[in-house]
Design a protein around this ligand. Structure first.
Ligand code: BDP
Length: 600
């Protein structure tokens, strides 16, 4: 195994070499039901970063074989959270390599004694490569942050009448390499007059801090030994009836009967079926419809903050802000958000462009076969996890890849085709910042998504050029591809409290004026082929340190503490105005999703 070799902790990609594509099984969100129990392992875990020179001491000394504290000093680490943000030790903030988490759990007797019970360990996400041991036994490995993975651990816990104490050890490596997603490079700095021996840095090619750790919940859950492993739902409408096609995968036995009940938001049964596949018909269905959806949708997107540790209060606050703004959509820039975020989108009627972690594909060497294979696998995991959310309207396979390269053209073509094969029901895109004439990926997308920063990264200070340059951008792209276009990023860095009139860069006035100019340009095309506008960004967020970032990216219309800058009021007025002009006749609908069903 690669983790045993000298440099392997920094070179994880080849671990997946040779795996066939095609995921085994489903990844349903665990729900309690009469036949299923969940045990969340949120709270304090023991934690230790491996600061040894080669970062392999944990493996050499087999830290997973004994309680972690016996291997050396541990600290308390909350889960979910990003380990970078918790400690006062600066080395941990910038740590690259293996960190170790451990937690002991006592299981209920019925989980360990009843052999008709299946016990599953599920990790919401571990960024970026993870190895899991249960009671010292190597149980599970996973590559890629931001997505869940799980293992049936029944035979590790159902081992006799002993007290059912479990020790879960998880080693996580946050190193980004040319074959991880996002990719990165490790650079060794060898000039000994400047750097100590073995000195290296992690280079990344994206604009957010590479937060890592167990950033989402870890949990144990049970199912019966014959159980529903996956459900796929697709919907359509026939006159006033809603049609729900379902396909259910049952595992563990062929001897079962399936009774399917579709519940509405008030838990009333609205349709019944039997068998592993079929169609449910809901006469007079009240359809799911996006919040304030406009004839031509206006979009907005956000980023998770406070590291990426999942946090309910922050999530609800963000959704309250989205509603306050009158926004109806966002893109999960630049990686899949927690499952709970998508559940909120279903509930609040917020439309989602679901983006995978294909960000920072900036260098030619990132478009290689190993990366392509992994990228396709990641799309399988994204679609498997999110396919049943009504809020998800489109898949985005990448953000700003170097799509002018020939190799990128082939790569994007393959990833997009694969995603379409996985889910023929939704459009697929990637977000481009290339020139319309040079982009090699655009022929394969259903919707063109464009990022541009006129008067910010180009012709800075010259707000008077925005309308002309935006019109040129739209016309060029539309003429070439005749496809709907979304302005997927535009914005300006703004330090809350900085004021200057006439406007200068970094002030609240400049951000407002820049948005106003963009909006004039967008309105020219809004009723034609421009179908969305997503400002960059919802809130300020943390990045790597650099001379161009003042404590992170400040293009938020809210601060990182969720207080509005002046531009937030401007956008609020705009979104509500568009909503009121073009409001869809349906009221905000109640979602009818099988997820709430207790039929499992
Ligand atoms: C775009 C990226 C986004 C950045 C933004 C910016 O897609 O991640 O944060 O630029 O520079 O190129 O603010």
């Amino acid at each position: 195994m690669a983790r045993g070799s000298a440099v392997a902790w920094a070179a994880l990609g080849p671990l997946l070499w040779g795996c066939a594509l095609g995921l085994q099984g489903g990844m349903l969100y665990p729900q309690e039901s009469p036949s299923r129990e969940c045990k969340k392992l949120d709270g304090l875990w023991s934690f230790r970063a491996d600061f040894s020179d080669n970062r392999r001491r944990g493996f050499e000394e087999q830290w997973y074989r004994r309680p972690l504290w016996e291997s050396g000093p541990t600290v308390d680490m909350p889960v979910p959270s990003s380990f970078n943000d918790i400690s006062q030790d600066w080395r941990l903030r910038h740590f690259v390599g293996w960190v170790w988490y451990e937690r002991e759990v006592i299981l209920p007797e019925r989980w360990t004694q009843d052999l008709r019970t299946r016990v599953v360990l599920r990790i919401g996400s571990a960024h970026s490569y993870a190895i899991v041991w249960v009671n010292g036994v190597d149980t599970l490995e996973h590559e890629g942050g931001y997505l869940p993975f799980e293992a049936d651990i029944s035979n590790l816990v159902q081992v006799g009448p002993l007290p059912s104490r479990l020790r879960i050890t998880i080693a996580i490596n946050n190193t980004l390499t040319p074959t991880t997603l996002p990719p990165g490079t490790i650079q060794y700095l060898t000039d000994t007059s400047k750097y100590p021996k073995g000195y290296f840095v992690q280079n990344t090619y994206f604009d957010f801090f590479n937060y890592a750790g167990l950033q989402r919940s870890v949990l144990l859950y049970t199912t019966p030994t014959t159980y529903i492993d996956d459900i796929t739902v697709t919907t359509s409408v026939e006159q006033d009836s809603g049609l729900v096609n379902y396909q259910i995968s049952v595992k563990g036995s062929n001897l079962f009967e399936l009774e399917v009940r579709l519940l509405d938001a008030e838990n009333k049964v609205v349709a019944n079926g039997t068998g592993t596949q079929g169609q449910l018909k809901v006469p007079g269905a009240s359809l799911w419809w996006p919040y304030l959806m406009h004839e031509r949708p206006a979009y907005l997107y956000s980023l998770e903050i406070r590291g990426k540790g999942f946090d309910w209060p922050l999530l609800v606050k963000d959704f309250n802000l989205l509603r306050w703004l009158g926004a109806n959509a966002f893109r999960t820039s630049h990686y899949p958000y927690a499952e709970e975020v998508l559940q909120m989108c279903d509930r609040y009627g917020i439309v989602v462009i679901d983006e995978c972690p294909g960000v920072g594909l900036a260098l030619p060497q990132f478009f290689n076969n190993v990366s392509l294979h992994h990228h396709m696998q990641v799309m399988e995991e994204v679609v498997r996890r999110d396919k049943n959310h009504p809020a998800v309207v489109m898949w985005s396979v990448a953000n700003e890849p170097a799509s002018h390269l020939e190799s990128a053209g082939y790569y994007l073509k393959m990833v997009i085709a694969h995603t379409k094969a996985l889910d023929p029901s939704r459009p697929v895109t990637f977000v481009s910042n290339s020139n319309y004439a040079a982009d090699k990926g655009a022929p394969y997308v259903d919707v063109i998504c464009l990022n541009s920063y006129y008067s910010w990264y180009h012709d800075y200070g010259h707000l008077e050029l925005i309308q002309l340059q935006l019109a040129t951008q739209f016309e060029n792209w539309y003429k070439k591809y005749q496809k709907p276009i979304i302005q997927s990023e535009y914005g300006a860095e703004t330090i809350a409290g900085f004021h200057q009139d006439p406007p200068l860069m970094f002030t609240e006035e400049y951000q407002k004026s820049l948005l106003e100019q963009y909006h004039l340009g967008l309105d020219q095309k809004r009723r034609k082929y421009v179908v969305g506008e997503l400002i960059w960004n919802f809130a300020d967020f943390m990045t790597e340190q650099s001379p161009t970032r003042v404590l992170g990216n400040k293009k938020g219309i809210f601060t990182r503490q969720r207080q509005p800058k002046s531009a937030a009021f401007l956008l609020r007025e705009r979104y509500w105005k568009i909503a009121n002009e073009t409001r869809y006749p349906h009221s905000v609908a109640k979602s009818q999703c099988l997820e709430n069903s207790p039929f499992t």
